[in-house]
Design a protein around this ligand. Structure first.
Ligand code: E4P
Length: 222
């Protein structure tokens, strides 16, 4: 499974890239604006930091077919490999996905609120699909619908992968990992709660106290 960071905050990216096994970074226009930097600067810093094998997903901003295609080409030109254009699955986006896939551009179809729209984007050749789990939960069983989408891809033999997105809780991430999801993109605030269970440092303190009391030192060897 791929663990992807859903942020453009370089400090958070460095922190979790050192701590965990990270496959890449997803951004969207809101995430880029949160950096407070010009988009060119924010993207250049991400490209500079990531290792070649780590993926970077950058979203198109324009909403016309022509605009999406032009921006997807620009995104693809920024880095020789592992660069993905994120394209929202509007009608214009679905058309643009067909066009840019003919040029060999890597695509993540995003802003997916239903398994059916996601499936159609996969049929158009999208490499990844980003269903918006928490946002879907506002309308029903978001996790269950993503599992449906995963099943639809499997039974129809489509190679498209799901990178489940828009997480607001560890439980949502957990449920999809249990279901065998191929990738999750998780924001630092949710990832922190996955990493830092309060029980672990309590257990470590107990071990340290027991050792110190028995042997009068805090190291394994004297
Ligand atoms: C990532 O690919 C998505 O753009 C992101 O997870 C959306 O998250 P949000 O629902 O918190 O905006």
């Amino acid at each position: 499974m791929e663990l992807i960071l859903d942020t453009a905050d370089l400090n958070a990216i460095k922190e979790y890239d050192e701590l965990l096994t990270v496959s890449g970074v997803t951004t969207n226009p809101s995430i880029i604006t949160k950096t407070g930097k010009e988009p060119e600067t924010a993207l250049a810093e991400l490209i500079d930091y990531l290792r070649p094998e780590q993926k970077l997903f950058v979203q198109t901003v324009q909403t016309t077919v022509e605009g999406i295609v032009e921006e997807a080409r620009y995104i693809a030109s920024l880095r020789p490999e592992n660069m993905y254009a994120k394209i929202p699955v509007t009608r214009e986006g679905l058309r643009a996905i067909k066009l840019v896939k003919q040029e060999g551009i890597k695509v993540l179809a995003t802003s997916i609120y239903s398994p059916d729209t996601g499936f159609l984007a996969a049929m158009n050749g999208a490499d990844y699909l980003a269903p918006y789990v928490n946002r879907m939960c506002n309308f029903g069983d978001g996790v269950g619908q993503v599992i449906d989408l995963q099943r639809m891809l499997t039974v129809h033999g489509l190679p498209t992968k799901i990178v489940a997105a828009s997480f607001k809780s560890v439980q949502q991430v957990h449920d999809l990992i249990v279901a065998g999801i191929e990738a999750v993109t998780v924001p630092p605030e949710v990832l922190k709660n996955m990493v830092d269970h309060p029980g672990t440092p309590i257990a470590v303190d107990e071990f340290s106290v027991a050792w110190e009391q028995a042997y009068g030192r805090s190291t394994l060897r004297a």
